[in-house]
Design a protein around this ligand. Structure first.
Ligand code: X3X
Length: 345
Protein backbone atom coordinates (compact mmCIF):
# COMPACT_ATOMS: atom_id res chain seq x y z
CA UNK A 1 0.00 0.00 0.00
CA UNK A 2 2.82 2.39 1.05
CA UNK A 3 4.48 1.69 -2.31
CA UNK A 4 1.32 2.57 -4.18
CA UNK A 5 0.92 5.84 -2.23
CA UNK A 6 4.59 6.75 -2.92
CA UNK A 7 4.15 6.03 -6.62
CA UNK A 8 0.99 8.14 -6.73
CA UNK A 9 2.76 11.05 -4.99
CA UNK A 10 5.62 10.89 -7.46
CA UNK A 11 3.19 10.96 -10.36
CA UNK A 12 1.44 14.05 -8.88
CA UNK A 13 4.83 15.81 -8.43
CA UNK A 14 5.85 14.99 -12.00
CA UNK A 15 2.58 16.42 -13.28
CA UNK A 16 3.03 19.57 -11.21
CA UNK A 17 6.57 20.00 -12.55
CA UNK A 18 5.47 19.63 -16.18
CA UNK A 19 2.73 22.13 -15.41
CA UNK A 20 5.30 24.64 -14.09
CA UNK A 21 7.33 24.30 -17.28
CA UNK A 22 4.19 25.08 -19.22
CA UNK A 23 3.54 28.20 -17.13
CA UNK A 24 7.08 29.47 -17.74
CA UNK A 25 6.63 28.95 -21.48
CA UNK A 26 3.30 30.76 -21.33
CA UNK A 27 4.86 33.65 -19.45
CA UNK A 28 7.64 33.93 -22.04
CA UNK A 29 5.11 33.79 -24.86
CA UNK A 30 2.96 36.44 -23.18
CA UNK A 31 5.98 38.71 -22.85
CA UNK A 32 6.84 38.20 -26.51
CA UNK A 33 3.22 38.81 -27.48
CA UNK A 34 3.30 42.10 -25.59
CA UNK A 35 5.86 43.44 -28.04
CA UNK A 36 4.15 46.18 -29.97
CA UNK A 37 4.90 46.53 -33.65
CA UNK A 38 3.69 49.59 -35.51
CA UNK A 39 4.16 50.34 -39.19
CA UNK A 40 5.07 53.93 -40.00
CA UNK A 41 4.48 55.24 -43.50
CA UNK A 42 5.61 58.27 -45.54
CA UNK A 43 6.61 59.19 -49.10
CA UNK A 44 10.13 60.49 -48.53
CA UNK A 45 13.38 59.05 -49.96
CA UNK A 46 16.42 57.79 -48.03
CA UNK A 47 18.43 60.94 -48.89
CA UNK A 48 15.85 63.21 -47.30
CA UNK A 49 15.97 64.35 -43.68
CA UNK A 50 12.43 63.18 -42.91
CA UNK A 51 13.38 59.63 -43.81
CA UNK A 52 16.46 59.86 -41.57
CA UNK A 53 14.55 61.50 -38.71
CA UNK A 54 11.92 58.76 -38.70
CA UNK A 55 14.61 56.05 -38.57
CA UNK A 56 16.30 57.94 -35.75
CA UNK A 57 13.14 58.35 -33.68
CA UNK A 58 12.11 54.71 -34.26
CA UNK A 59 15.61 53.58 -33.19
CA UNK A 60 15.48 55.64 -30.00
CA UNK A 61 12.05 54.27 -29.12
CA UNK A 62 13.25 50.71 -29.65
CA UNK A 63 16.31 51.32 -27.45
CA UNK A 64 14.47 53.12 -24.68
CA UNK A 65 11.65 50.55 -24.51
CA UNK A 66 14.24 47.75 -24.67
CA UNK A 67 12.62 46.43 -27.82
CA UNK A 68 9.09 46.37 -26.45
CA UNK A 69 7.94 48.94 -29.02
CA UNK A 70 9.16 48.45 -32.55
CA UNK A 71 8.29 51.01 -35.16
CA UNK A 72 8.97 49.74 -38.65
CA UNK A 73 9.47 52.66 -41.05
CA UNK A 74 8.33 52.39 -44.66
CA UNK A 75 9.28 55.31 -46.90
CA UNK A 76 8.75 56.11 -50.57
CA UNK A 77 5.05 55.34 -50.49
CA UNK A 78 5.44 51.59 -49.99
CA UNK A 79 2.36 51.56 -47.75
CA UNK A 80 -0.72 53.78 -47.62
CA UNK A 81 0.18 57.47 -47.78
CA UNK A 82 -1.38 60.94 -47.99
CA UNK A 83 -5.15 60.90 -47.31
CA UNK A 84 -5.20 57.06 -47.31
CA UNK A 85 -2.48 56.89 -44.67
CA UNK A 86 -4.42 59.09 -42.29
CA UNK A 87 -7.57 57.11 -42.99
CA UNK A 88 -5.74 53.95 -41.82
CA UNK A 89 -5.02 55.76 -38.57
CA UNK A 90 -8.59 56.96 -38.15
CA UNK A 91 -9.83 53.41 -38.77
CA UNK A 92 -7.68 52.04 -35.95
CA UNK A 93 -4.87 50.25 -37.78
CA UNK A 94 -1.52 49.63 -36.03
CA UNK A 95 -0.17 52.37 -38.19
CA UNK A 96 1.60 55.72 -37.93
CA UNK A 97 0.97 58.18 -40.74
CA UNK A 98 3.52 60.94 -41.43
CA UNK A 99 1.93 63.56 -43.64
CA UNK A 100 1.21 67.18 -44.27
CA UNK A 101 -1.35 68.56 -41.76
CA UNK A 102 -3.80 69.47 -44.54
CA UNK A 103 -5.13 65.87 -44.48
CA UNK A 104 -6.21 66.40 -40.86
CA UNK A 105 -8.65 68.89 -42.34
CA UNK A 106 -10.86 65.97 -43.40
CA UNK A 107 -11.47 65.29 -39.69
CA UNK A 108 -11.04 68.72 -38.08
CA UNK A 109 -11.72 71.31 -40.79
CA UNK A 110 -9.74 74.08 -39.03
CA UNK A 111 -6.52 72.22 -39.96
CA UNK A 112 -7.17 73.29 -43.56
CA UNK A 113 -6.56 76.88 -42.49
CA UNK A 114 -3.49 75.88 -40.49
CA UNK A 115 -2.07 74.12 -43.57
CA UNK A 116 -3.29 76.82 -45.92
CA UNK A 117 -1.41 78.96 -48.45
CA UNK A 118 0.65 82.05 -47.62
CA UNK A 119 0.06 81.47 -43.92
CA UNK A 120 3.63 81.37 -42.56
CA UNK A 121 6.71 83.53 -42.99
CA UNK A 122 9.22 81.59 -40.89
CA UNK A 123 9.81 78.15 -39.38
CA UNK A 124 10.02 79.75 -35.93
CA UNK A 125 6.55 81.30 -35.98
CA UNK A 126 5.16 77.98 -37.23
CA UNK A 127 6.77 76.18 -34.31
CA UNK A 128 5.31 78.65 -31.80
CA UNK A 129 1.83 78.32 -33.32
CA UNK A 130 2.13 74.51 -33.14
CA UNK A 131 2.54 74.82 -29.38
CA UNK A 132 -0.20 77.41 -28.86
CA UNK A 133 -3.56 77.01 -27.09
CA UNK A 134 -5.28 77.40 -30.43
CA UNK A 135 -3.54 74.30 -31.75
CA UNK A 136 -4.02 72.42 -28.48
CA UNK A 137 -7.77 72.81 -28.99
CA UNK A 138 -7.55 71.58 -32.60
CA UNK A 139 -5.44 68.58 -31.53
CA UNK A 140 -8.04 67.78 -28.84
CA UNK A 141 -10.73 67.86 -31.56
CA UNK A 142 -8.66 65.40 -33.60
CA UNK A 143 -8.50 63.08 -30.57
CA UNK A 144 -12.28 63.05 -30.51
CA UNK A 145 -11.99 61.48 -33.97
CA UNK A 146 -9.46 59.00 -32.58
CA UNK A 147 -6.44 60.66 -34.15
CA UNK A 148 -3.62 61.63 -31.81
CA UNK A 149 -1.31 64.24 -33.29
CA UNK A 150 2.13 63.33 -31.96
CA UNK A 151 3.86 66.18 -33.79
CA UNK A 152 3.32 68.75 -36.52
CA UNK A 153 6.79 70.16 -36.90
CA UNK A 154 8.89 67.86 -39.07
CA UNK A 155 9.59 70.85 -41.30
CA UNK A 156 11.31 70.45 -44.66
CA UNK A 157 11.17 73.99 -46.01
CA UNK A 158 8.86 76.38 -47.83
CA UNK A 159 7.40 75.02 -51.03
CA UNK A 160 8.24 76.95 -54.18
CA UNK A 161 7.35 76.69 -57.85
CA UNK A 162 9.87 74.69 -59.90
CA UNK A 163 9.67 75.01 -63.69
CA UNK A 164 11.90 75.79 -66.63
CA UNK A 165 10.37 79.24 -66.99
CA UNK A 166 10.93 82.29 -64.80
CA UNK A 167 7.73 82.82 -62.80
CA UNK A 168 7.09 86.16 -61.11
CA UNK A 169 3.33 86.70 -61.19
CA UNK A 170 0.12 84.63 -61.32
CA UNK A 171 -0.14 85.60 -65.02
CA UNK A 172 3.17 83.82 -65.68
CA UNK A 173 1.57 80.58 -64.48
CA UNK A 174 -1.36 80.75 -66.91
CA UNK A 175 -1.59 77.58 -69.01
CA UNK A 176 1.08 75.78 -66.97
CA UNK A 177 0.42 72.37 -65.44
CA UNK A 178 2.06 71.86 -62.05
CA UNK A 179 2.21 68.65 -60.07
CA UNK A 180 1.06 68.84 -56.50
CA UNK A 181 0.08 66.20 -53.92
CA UNK A 182 -3.59 65.17 -53.92
CA UNK A 183 -4.65 67.41 -51.07
CA UNK A 184 -7.54 69.79 -51.73
CA UNK A 185 -5.68 72.64 -50.02
CA UNK A 186 -2.71 72.10 -52.34
CA UNK A 187 -4.78 71.68 -55.50
CA UNK A 188 -6.77 74.84 -54.73
CA UNK A 189 -3.58 76.74 -53.95
CA UNK A 190 -1.96 75.95 -57.28
CA UNK A 191 -5.16 76.63 -59.23
CA UNK A 192 -5.78 79.99 -57.52
CA UNK A 193 -2.13 80.94 -58.00
CA UNK A 194 -2.84 80.82 -61.73
CA UNK A 195 -1.58 77.40 -62.87
CA UNK A 196 -3.49 74.15 -63.40
CA UNK A 197 -2.87 71.61 -60.67
CA UNK A 198 -2.19 67.99 -61.58
CA UNK A 199 -2.49 65.88 -58.43
CA UNK A 200 -0.07 62.96 -58.41
CA UNK A 201 1.60 60.84 -55.74
CA UNK A 202 5.31 61.55 -55.39
CA UNK A 203 6.26 58.25 -57.06
CA UNK A 204 4.71 59.46 -60.33
CA UNK A 205 5.99 63.01 -60.13
CA UNK A 206 9.46 62.98 -61.66
CA UNK A 207 8.44 60.65 -64.52
CA UNK A 208 5.57 63.09 -65.26
CA UNK A 209 7.97 66.05 -65.22
CA UNK A 210 10.58 64.33 -67.41
CA UNK A 211 7.95 63.17 -69.92
CA UNK A 212 6.50 66.71 -69.96
CA UNK A 213 3.07 65.50 -68.79
CA UNK A 214 3.37 68.51 -66.48
CA UNK A 215 5.40 71.72 -66.86
CA UNK A 216 6.83 71.53 -63.39
CA UNK A 217 6.05 70.98 -59.75
CA UNK A 218 6.06 72.69 -56.41
CA UNK A 219 8.20 71.70 -53.48
CA UNK A 220 10.98 72.72 -51.16
CA UNK A 221 14.70 73.01 -51.81
CA UNK A 222 15.14 69.91 -49.65
CA UNK A 223 12.83 67.94 -51.92
CA UNK A 224 14.69 69.41 -54.89
CA UNK A 225 18.13 68.28 -53.70
CA UNK A 226 16.99 65.03 -52.05
CA UNK A 227 15.16 63.70 -55.10
CA UNK A 228 17.16 65.43 -57.86
CA UNK A 229 14.32 67.56 -59.28
CA UNK A 230 17.09 69.86 -60.59
CA UNK A 231 17.81 67.31 -63.31
CA UNK A 232 14.47 68.29 -64.88
CA UNK A 233 13.65 71.86 -63.78
CA UNK A 234 16.12 74.69 -63.49
CA UNK A 235 14.10 77.62 -62.16
CA UNK A 236 12.79 78.10 -58.65
CA UNK A 237 10.35 80.94 -58.02
CA UNK A 238 10.26 81.84 -54.33
CA UNK A 239 6.48 81.75 -53.99
CA UNK A 240 6.79 80.16 -50.51
CA UNK A 241 3.12 79.35 -50.97
CA UNK A 242 2.97 76.47 -48.47
CA UNK A 243 5.17 75.33 -45.64
CA UNK A 244 6.51 71.83 -46.29
CA UNK A 245 5.99 70.08 -43.00
CA UNK A 246 4.83 66.70 -41.77
CA UNK A 247 2.86 65.75 -38.73
CA UNK A 248 2.91 62.33 -37.09
CA UNK A 249 -0.46 60.71 -36.46
CA UNK A 250 -1.50 57.60 -34.57
CA UNK A 251 -4.87 56.16 -33.61
CA UNK A 252 -5.70 57.24 -30.05
CA UNK A 253 -6.86 53.76 -28.98
CA UNK A 254 -3.75 52.17 -30.49
CA UNK A 255 -1.57 54.67 -28.61
CA UNK A 256 -3.43 54.06 -25.37
CA UNK A 257 -2.99 50.30 -25.75
CA UNK A 258 0.76 50.78 -25.22
CA UNK A 259 1.63 50.37 -21.50
CA UNK A 260 1.98 53.79 -19.88
CA UNK A 261 5.74 53.96 -19.41
CA UNK A 262 6.43 52.92 -23.00
CA UNK A 263 3.66 55.17 -24.29
CA UNK A 264 5.39 58.13 -22.64
CA UNK A 265 8.60 57.24 -24.45
CA UNK A 266 6.82 57.05 -27.81
CA UNK A 267 5.16 60.44 -27.28
CA UNK A 268 8.33 62.08 -26.01
CA UNK A 269 10.58 60.81 -28.80
CA UNK A 270 8.24 61.87 -31.62
CA UNK A 271 7.89 65.26 -29.91
CA UNK A 272 11.65 65.66 -29.68
CA UNK A 273 12.29 64.67 -33.31
CA UNK A 274 10.24 67.53 -34.82
CA UNK A 275 12.16 70.53 -33.48
CA UNK A 276 15.39 68.61 -34.15
CA UNK A 277 14.50 68.22 -37.82
CA UNK A 278 13.29 71.81 -38.03
CA UNK A 279 16.70 72.95 -36.76
CA UNK A 280 18.55 70.76 -39.26
CA UNK A 281 16.40 72.18 -42.09
CA UNK A 282 17.02 75.72 -40.89
CA UNK A 283 20.78 75.28 -40.37
CA UNK A 284 21.42 73.50 -43.66
CA UNK A 285 19.24 75.66 -45.92
CA UNK A 286 21.99 77.94 -47.29
CA UNK A 287 24.24 74.99 -48.03
CA UNK A 288 21.45 73.18 -49.87
CA UNK A 289 20.58 76.30 -51.88
CA UNK A 290 24.24 76.76 -52.86
CA UNK A 291 24.44 73.13 -53.89
CA UNK A 292 21.38 73.56 -56.10
CA UNK A 293 22.98 76.66 -57.63
CA UNK A 294 26.07 74.62 -58.41
CA UNK A 295 23.76 72.23 -60.32
CA UNK A 296 22.57 75.15 -62.47
CA UNK A 297 19.38 76.03 -60.58
CA UNK A 298 18.39 79.71 -60.68
CA UNK A 299 16.23 81.37 -58.01
CA UNK A 300 14.04 84.43 -58.31
CA UNK A 301 11.71 86.47 -56.08
CA UNK A 302 8.06 86.95 -57.07
CA UNK A 303 5.32 89.55 -56.72
CA UNK A 304 4.01 88.37 -53.35
CA UNK A 305 1.22 90.92 -53.19
CA UNK A 306 -0.36 89.49 -56.32
CA UNK A 307 -0.07 85.88 -55.17
CA UNK A 308 -1.37 86.74 -51.67
CA UNK A 309 -4.44 88.33 -53.20
CA UNK A 310 -5.00 85.49 -55.67
CA UNK A 311 -5.35 82.81 -53.00
CA UNK A 312 -7.74 84.66 -50.65
CA UNK A 313 -10.93 83.02 -52.03
CA UNK A 314 -9.55 79.68 -50.76
CA UNK A 315 -10.03 80.82 -47.17
CA UNK A 316 -13.43 82.34 -47.94
CA UNK A 317 -14.54 79.00 -49.42
CA UNK A 318 -13.16 77.03 -46.48
CA UNK A 319 -15.37 78.97 -44.09
CA UNK A 320 -18.38 79.24 -46.39
CA UNK A 321 -18.47 75.72 -47.83
CA UNK A 322 -15.95 73.40 -46.23
CA UNK A 323 -16.99 73.26 -42.60
CA UNK A 324 -14.30 75.55 -41.15
CA UNK A 325 -15.67 77.58 -38.22
CA UNK A 326 -16.26 81.15 -39.39
CA UNK A 327 -13.55 83.48 -38.10
CA UNK A 328 -10.82 80.80 -37.97
CA UNK A 329 -8.70 82.40 -40.70
CA UNK A 330 -8.85 85.83 -39.09
CA UNK A 331 -8.14 84.41 -35.63
CA UNK A 332 -5.15 82.40 -36.85
CA UNK A 333 -3.70 85.36 -38.73
CA UNK A 334 -4.11 87.50 -35.60
CA UNK A 335 -2.44 84.84 -33.45
CA UNK A 336 0.46 84.69 -35.91
CA UNK A 337 0.82 88.45 -35.89
CA UNK A 338 1.12 88.34 -32.09
CA UNK A 339 3.71 85.57 -32.35
CA UNK A 340 5.71 87.61 -34.89
CA UNK A 341 5.75 90.65 -32.62
CA UNK A 342 6.90 88.50 -29.70
CA UNK A 343 9.64 86.87 -31.75
CA UNK A 344 10.96 90.32 -32.67
CA UNK A 345 11.43 91.28 -29.00
O1 X3X B 1 2.26 64.63 -47.07
C1 X3X B 1 3.65 64.72 -47.06
C2 X3X B 1 4.23 65.72 -48.01
O2 X3X B 1 3.50 66.89 -48.07
C3 X3X B 1 4.49 65.14 -49.32
O3 X3X B 1 4.83 66.06 -50.28
P1 X3X B 1 5.22 65.54 -51.71
O4 X3X B 1 4.25 64.50 -52.18
O5 X3X B 1 5.40 66.73 -52.60
O6 X3X B 1 6.61 64.81 -51.49
C4 X3X B 1 7.74 65.52 -51.06
C5 X3X B 1 9.02 64.81 -51.29
O7 X3X B 1 10.08 65.44 -50.65
C6 X3X B 1 8.98 63.35 -51.36
O8 X3X B 1 10.21 62.71 -51.50
Amino acid sequence: MKKIIALLMMAVMMLALTGCGGDKKDEKKAAADKKIVLKLSHVFSPDEQLYKSMELVAGRIKDKTQGRVEIQCFGQGQLATYKDGLEQVAQGANFISVEDPSYLGDYVPEFKVFAGPMMFQSFEEYEVLCNSDMLAKMKADAEKKNITVLALDYVFGFRNVMTNKVIKTPEDLKGMKLRTPKSKVYVDTINYMGATATALPWSETLPAVSQKVVDGLEGSEFTNIGTKCYEHVKNVAFTRHLLGTCGVYINTKVLNSIPEADRKIVIEEFRKGGPEMLKISSDSYNKVKAELESKGVKFNEVDHEKFDKAILPIYENMEAKEGVKPGTYKAMKAELEKIRQNLKK
